[in-house]
Design a protein around this ligand. Sequence first.
Ligand SMILES: [Fe+2]
Length: 318
Amino acid sequence: MASIIGAMAASHSPLMINNFDEAPKEQKDNIVGGFDKLKEMVEQLKPDVILSIGNDHLRELDLSNMPQFIIGIGESNKTMGDFNLPKVTIRNHQGLAQHLLNYSLDHDFDLSYSVDLNLDHGHSQTLYYINPSFDIPVIPMIINSVAHPNASLKRCYRLGEVLRNAILSFEDDIKVLIVASGGLSHWPSTLSIFNGHPANLQSEDDQRMFAIISGKDHSDEAEQFRIQRSKKMSEEGKTGRVNAEWDRWFLKCFESGNITDIINLSWQDIMDNAGGGGQEVRNWVCLWGAINGVPAEVISYEPVREWVTGMAIASFKV
Ligand SMILES: [Fe+2]
């Protein structure tokens, strides 16, 4: 039977790649060191497959069709190479992916599915740091964390529980590592125009951005516009706020196994305290459900203003 041999969670920030030098050395060392530890763990664990729980940023999925949960079941999936991350094809484990889909459907989770996902940094950044060769098969699960309304945290935790039971009932003797990517607090540029209220569009830039996230504009020009807009907003101080106090509270809950306070967080609680980007903690919560809420071991935390994100890295003894 399949087994869950490890679990790890980390924040992602594309500015960690594109604005690496701007962050203070101590913070950089702590975060890079944390990712190195995860990479060492992966090398020791030697998983047969990674279940990667992350989110898209209105690149692959957009407002023309927004599933709350979507699983990749094709032979392989791609990374789109946004923010200068590698553009690669990653093998899937189709047998387990299909089983997760079927099992979830049989247990009241009507997941969407795709045979060919193009993953943005919401998956590819963490995968790149923990397995730079991308040679371990990956089953991608995308949770909508960007386009309001979103599934509740209770529902995300419950999905994790169902995925756990699905993995443990898979007949092949394979080792599964679960990885979550997202959060913690941040107020990124895309969501500063959206935040569930498209009526908030004010500037010409906002309108252009909304047009991009409303349709399938994957042109290089659109991507360059997004990157430049993100950098400009960071330089102007319009993004970059990080709520370290909330992040530390969140991590304490994970360290102490305080599931109740986490799953009772509402969308508004998160929006008020951790920003639009904080909604990505859904990925952590889904992972937690898949490992029965065992306490986290926090490896690193830094509120990195220059990367506009509360950067946290944690592992779990499963
Ligand atoms: Fe993100």
